[in-house]
Write a protein that binds this ligand. Sequence first.
Ligand code: KIV
Ligand code: NA
Length: 277
Amino acid sequence: RPRVTLGALAAKKAAGEPIVMVTACDFPGAQIVEAAGVDTVLVGDSAAMTVLGYDSTVPVTVDEMIMLTSAVRRGLWAPLLVADLPFGSYEASDELAIATAQRFIKESGADAVKIERGGTTVERARALVAAGIPVVGHVGLTPQTATSLGGYRAQGRTADGALRVIEDALALQDAGCSMLVIEAVPAEVTRAVMPHMQIPVIGIGAGADADGQVLVFHDLLGIYGGSAARFVKRYADLRTEMVAGVSRYAEEVRGGEYPAVEHTYSMRADEAEAFAA
Ligand code: KIV
Ligand code: NA
């Protein structure tokens, strides 16, 4: 399978073929999504919650995200790899945004970086693109700044709110973004913006009109124990299976059933004799 480029994703959009994006945040996860044949992989800062146990995406650091992205890179070949720049690592200035994004590209092998919101992020996106770094925008519900949006809730449900989401999308496209994520907005908002978007638009909780969809790995496989948003569909219930597997192991150790003969090494007979003597 050839490596997926931004050009290949644009071609999929042009051909009307849905683009499949999923998150991953470690080496086995990367191997799994690679084997499943997805088009693009996001090392989302949702990993702050799903694998690092923070209660929001806000506390995760650049070093933590680089460690996760590097692990994904080692397990990934074909899909285009996008990394989230964490909260506080790009907003303050163009220089900060470029320096942070360059670390993700150099140290972890990301192909592109994702940054959240419109507003000053539009300027950061333009600066990153000018520095030769492919950028993915993110509008609608932007979890890094959820507090100022009134919490983790759908955006653009009022006429004014819908216009703000659409303006952000257009501004990010105009700034040179290669792709856009649109999260937790009514289907009407996505439907209204799509005719104006030349870049691939990846939806999550944004209806069926986007060019593609993204879901969080731990959500779609039922690994994450936290409560799921309306838009999450569970394609597996791995947490239950994992707890059952570890429980059986614990039972067998306590019951003396594990390890059995077939799990146990032994010495060659002559060596065992010499050893006993
Ligand atoms: O962090 C993340 O997983 C994301 C996706 C949900 C788009 O940003
Ligand atoms: Na994110």
